[in-house]
Design a protein around this ligand. Structure first.
Ligand code: G6P
Length: 367
């Protein structure tokens, strides 16, 4: 076991640090410069079929569901096809309407999550087309889907998913680019996204290099009984995934909330004992997000921002984790990485079994 850890304290730490290489492997051979698109030969559907889809529905559980939400946003942004994500665990227990012109996407690191696998078989039984975004080659879900995108993240041992999640984000970005170029995404925009994807591995390294600063923040978060993670639009799935990670491995309560909804309810909970982690990308909503941060600070709530260079926060005197900027559509992939480090460091400070958190399994193969 020690050998496999190759000097790292935990598998989760090792896997977080493997992310730049894992991302490279995921992108390798799939970026098509000539047509400014992504080559995804494993999907197994031809251009005509792909063009015919009027809607995309992403299904997954836990972290995979949250990245699926990021992915649905990317598809809407780049392909302008209505897309949304739903927890596969809910989908399977209602009476979902399966439409022939909807592309279903099942997302799962292990490919063995029972709730997701069941959703896939229901879709297939009812005549829907479903592709997989899966890490484990030859897994149950990978075998059952019509085709898909393998993540090539390598084996992931820690229960809390890191490198597989990042590669899920990349897979969705490539799917969105591919669909976009079959619809109305321009050649120039296709190139812009390709350039952005190429920058990601090195930008992940930059974030990982900031680990000591993030660890300091984690020390404070670990002392809290309860925390908020806030984000809006593209930042909301980042907040959901960040909150999930903190809960899973540090057992500190974390609630993800849309920044826009804070004033419609939970603001009353903010006080000096309740830290907020605010996702504030440098986009057209930055001013509004900064205003929401001011509301938290006015109630004496400690605030940490996960943000981009150039977002004006200094005057507020808050702690900021500054993430390198990419294209707005791709930013959520990078903004998520500090939340992994935060959760990891908080769990280490609290002395928990990081790789095998209580009550959780790597893949939940029961109902
Ligand atoms: C379990 C784990 C989560 C994981 C989810 C989906 O619930 O605790 O961390 O995100 O399964 O796993 P999958 O293998 O389908 O991506």
């Amino acid at each position: 076991e020690d050998l496999e850890l190759s000097g790292h304290e935990h598998y989760m730490l090792k896997e977080m640090r493997e992310q730049p290489d894992a991302a490279e492997t995921c992108l390798r051979g799939r970026l098509d410069e000539r047509f400014a698109t992504a080559r995804l030969d494993g999907i197994g559907l031809d251009a005509r079929e792909m063009r015919g889809f009027r809607r995309v529905k992403v299904l997954g559980c836990g972290s995979a569901y949250y990245v699926g939400q990021m992915g649905a946003q990317m598809i809407e942004d780049l392909a302008r096809i209505p897309a949304d994500a739903e927890a596969a665990s809910e989908f399977r227990y209602r009476r979902p309407i399966i439409e022939p012109d909807t592309l279903y996407v099942a997302v799962s690191q292990s490919g063995e999550t029972a709730d997701t696998a069941f959703a896939v078989s229901e879709i297939k039984r009812k005549g829907g087309r479903v592709i997989g975004v899966v890490n484990v080659v030859g897994s149950t879900i990978a075998r059952e889907v019509d085709g898909g995108i393998y993540l090539h993240a390598g084996p992931e041992i820690a229960v809390a998913s890191t490198k597989a999640l990042t590669n899920m984000g990349l897979a969705f970005a490539m799917l969105a680019l591919h669909l976009g170029r079959l619809h109305d995404l321009s050649f120039a925009d296709g190139q812009r996204i390709l350039r952005g994807l190429e920058r990601i591995p090195a930008q992940i390294t930059q974030i990982l290099d900031d680990e000591p600063a993030i660890a300091e923040v984690a020390g404070e978060i670990a002392q809290a009984a309860s925390t908020f993670y806030i984000g809006r639009v593209r930042g909301f799935p980042v907040a959901r995934e960040g909150a999930q990670k903190l809960k899973e491995i540090s057992y500190v309560h974390a609630e993800a909330y849309q920044t826009s909804e804070l004033k419609h309810g939970p603001l009353a909970l903010i006080n000096a004992q309740m830290p907020t982690i605010a996702i504030i990308p440098g986009d057209d909503l930055a001013k509004r997000n900064v205003a929401a941060a001011e509301q938290v600070l006015a109630r004496k709530g400690p605030l940490v921002s996960i943000t981009h260079p150039g977002v004006e926060l200094d005057h507020l005197g808050v702690r900021s984790i500054v993430v390198p900027k990419n294209e707005p559509e791709l930013d959520p992939i990078l903004l998520t990485i500090p939340t992994q480090i935060l959760a990891y460091r908080a769990a280490v400070v609290l002395g928990h079994d990081v790789d095998k958190p209580r009550n959780l399994a790597k893949s939940v193969t029961v109902e």
